[in-house]
Design a protein around this ligand. Structure first.
Ligand code: MN
Length: 733
């Protein structure tokens, strides 16, 4: 990975730190067992540099701060990691706590070490807060994605381990938060990477600090139980050690204590009391090869009866993190169940150190590249193995983002994590949150700063989108959005907007072209439109408007045909035609086709409201029309409209008159209407009312006052019982 070897830097010895601490002395002698002397020299230089950078800083415990990076480096050295990782461990808090730049680290210790330190500083800045399962999952993914180099994660885990080991000095509330974060985030990552020892220790420490009381009670109970069972355990151990050679197996037998946290989990999950959790003690049998594993299993089952259903073959089917072993539970002396794990030496190494096992147990001298390749192929083989089980696919994703980072993880202001395609911008983020947020987005803040919408997002960014109510997507966004959703939504919006524009333009052009025919769009009846559309096989008026707007049809020609259709309808003999006296004048409707709603038949003087219906212009309803009430919450766009004075035409309105059945009633009602200077446009009768008849009369009136005058005249007819205007719902009101 390292391109060119970095020359060992000049010894860095500022006054006051020329003496090596005891802890570092110990680390140094450990390093000399597996690193080249010049690499140890580099690590030592990093130690001095870090010590002087942290000079005067102390941990909460009161120790000089440098003790922490040295302890972290010691954990890293336990895994036999390379000098770059050790330098990063020693410098991991330097950028955060002092004012030393990445540049300076790169100059002193090389680019790789600087990248590692930088990666660690970034991980430090993010904090896990939510308790939600899904969030924890995303958070883990994000951590893995941010650590583009596996060594960053390993050093981070070592850092967390040391912080957990020294958590006692921290105040209780913070202690619980950190313990929880470790349990939810870091322990599972250690588990996924197969770092089992680390995983167990992180769990134990988290348990101790999250539930101090439960931890104390349980550890006391286990101590007591172990005392009681010492005899049984001793007997089992002795007889296994004795028997194995008799079967020709050279085995190493170890006693194994169950971890507190796993006992606790078992109690919680299976609702058991402590005394019901019997298998708190187990054994591990380590043999030279796989054949030996099955042989040892046979020997054990011959010695003690196995508990049925407890045998698991993780050699044939390894766990998701690569773990392999045979597990069985035996019934020991006095009926105590005893758990046994059987594995080879190599399986044992992987079981304990997982991904780090290749550094830790390298057989001979290997270069870093070789080790990385080996690790890489280890992860790859995990991937292949993952494809078979469900849990596995999950792990696959984690390793994938580690090895092939193609995603970026960012926070919303509320702390929700969104995963986006690498290279995504705030616009992509806005559309990921919600289409409306995307459509109305005008600006953004990244980590609190106003930034251009085209900024490429980085892992861990907190993104806040600023929207404006009337903003629209900008076609220029298409040049930089990365996600399919954003692209599709922007395209959709632009297409719609173009469509609407051409419809509006077409409508205006047609209206103009109708003028020479003495018509406006508002006067073209639905009937005429239907005829016109049917003859041309077109589905909607909107399509005609859009065609005109786009130049596909000539407005003059369409106007002529529409006018013809209208004339044909108006020519029907049964219609008493009001003289068209120009457009219906409604204030605020300039240039828009106006239609009076058929459901409520508004007339001048009525309180009205308009709705713009796509492709049909403005439709005017009574303010209290039931249709309006139904649609108000709907998508309909409502506009306030008023009648314009000076209207000189007649309007249809329907009234309902209930009369007693008597000879000549209809004639009397009709003549009352005529005397009030009003035409009857249409009449239908409903006789099935027994002694009464209901008349629905469509009248032509000038306005509300005219209608009131007509209704007063009708009410004077003696047989009329009730009279009212017919509303949208068919009831008289
Ligand atoms: Mn630290």
């Amino acid at each position: 990975m390292e391109a060119a070897p970095v020359p060992a830097p000049e010894p860095f010895r500022p006054p006051g730190s020329s003496v090596l601490s005891l802890d570092f002395e110990r680390l140094r002698s450990k390093l000399l067992t597996y690193l080249k002397p010049e690499d140890v020299g580099r690590v030592e230089a990093a130690y001095h540099f870090s010590a002087s950078a942290h000079e005067g800083q102390f941990r909460i415990s009161g120790e000089p701060y440098i003790s922490h990076p040295v302890a972290v480096a010691a954990v890293v050295a336990d895994w036999n990691l390379d000098s770059q990782a050790l330098i990063a461990a020693l410098l991991h808090d330097v950028m955060e706590d002092t004012h030393i730049s990445k540049q300076e680290i790169a100059e002193r210790f090389g680019k790789t070490a600087a990248e590692l330190v930088d990666g660690l500083s970034k991980l430090d800045k993010i904090e896990f807060r939510s308790q939600e399962e899904a969030q924890a999952e995303n958070f883990r993914k994000m951590l893995l994605a941010m650590a583009s180099d596996l060594r960053v994660i390993l050093v981070k885990l070592a850092d967390r381990l040391h912080n957990m080991r020294t958590l006692d000095c921290v105040r209780p509330a913070k202690r619980r938060r950190i313990a929880n974060e470790t349990l939810e985030i870091y322990a599972p990552i250690a588990n996924r990477l197969g770092l089992n020892n680390l995983y167990r220790e992180l769990q134990e420490l988290s348990f101790e600090h999250k539930y101090p009381l439960r931890f104390r009670v349980l550890s006391r109970a286990i101590k007591a139980a172990r005392g009681n069972r010492r005899e049984v355990v001793g007997k089992v151990l002795a007889s296994i050690e004795e028997r194995m050679p008799q079967w020709g197996i050279s085995a190493e037998v170890q006693g194994r204590e169950k971890h507190l946290y796993s006992i606790y989990r078992k109690m919680v999950e299976k609702h058991l009391s402590f005394s019901q959790v019997l298998d708190i003690y187990g054994f591990r049998v380590i043999v030279p090869d796989i054949a030996g594993c099955y042989l040892a299993l046979g020997a054990l089952h011959a010695m003690f009866k196995p508990v049925p259903g407890k045998f698991k073959d993780y050699i044939a089917i390894p766990k998701a993190n690569g773990y392999q072993s045979l597990h069985t539970t035996l019934i020991g002396p006095f009926g105590t169940p005893v758990e046994v794990q059987i594995r080879t030496r190599e399986m044992h190494h992987i079981a304990e150190a997982g991904v780090a096992s290749h550094w830790l147990y390298k057989e001979d001298e290997k270069t870093l590249t070789e080790l990385q390749q080996k690790t890489h192929s280890w992860l790859q083989s995990l991937l292949e193995l993952q494809n078979t089980s469900g849990e596995a696919t999950e792990f696959l994703e984690h390793v994938k983002i580690d090895l092939f980072p193609g995603e970026v993880y960012v926070f919303s202001p509320k702390g929700t994590i969104f995963s986006l395609l690498k290279g995504a911008t705030p616009v992509d983020f806005a559309y990921a949150v919600h289409t409306d947020i995307g459509n109305r987005c005008v600006a953004c803040r990244i980590n609190g700063d106003l930034m251009p919408l085209r900024t490429e997002l980085r892992n861990g960014d907190q993104v806040e989108i600023i929207t404006a109510a009337h903003a629209n997507p900008n076609p220029a966004w298409l040049s930089y959005v990365r996600t399919g959703k954003a692209r599709a939504q922007i395209r959709h919006f632009i297409k719609n907007a173009q469509q609407e524009e051409s419809v509006a333009l077409g409508e205006r052009l047609l209206n103009q072209a109708l003028r020479p025919h003495g018509l406006t769009l508002g006067q073209i009846s639905t009937f005429a439109w239907d005829r016109f559309l049917r003859d041309r096989g077109v589905r909607s008026k909107k399509e005609i408007f859009s065609d005109i707007g786009l130049g596909k049809r000539l407005p003059v020609i369409v106007a002529r045909r529409v006018a013809q259709a209208q004339d044909q309808e108006s020519g029907r003999p049964d219609v008493i035609k009001p003289k068209p006296a120009g457009a219906i004048l409604i204030r605020g409707s300039e240039g828009i086709a106006v239609q009076l709603a058929r459901c409520c038949q508004p007339i001048p003087g009525d309180p009205i409201i308009g709705t713009i219906r796509k492709g049909q212009g403005l439709e005017v309803h009574l303010h209290d029309c039931p249709t309006v009430a139904k649609l108000r919450g709907d998508r309909g766009r409502w506009v306030d409209v008023e009648w314009e004075a000076g209207e000189d035409r007649l309007f249809d309105v329907t009234i309902r008159v209930l009369t007693k059945n008597a000879r000549g009633v209809l004639a009397r009602v009709a003549s009352a209407i005529a005397e009030a200077d009003c035409n009857i446009q249409n009449l239908n009768m409903d006789n099935e009312q027994g002694a009464y008849t209901a008349l629905n009369l469509t009248l032509q009136v000038r306005d509300r006052m005219h209608l009131a005058h007509v209704m007063r005249a009708v009410r004077r007819v003696p047989e009329v019982v009730r009279i009212g205007r017919l509303r949208g719902d068919g009831r008289a009101g």
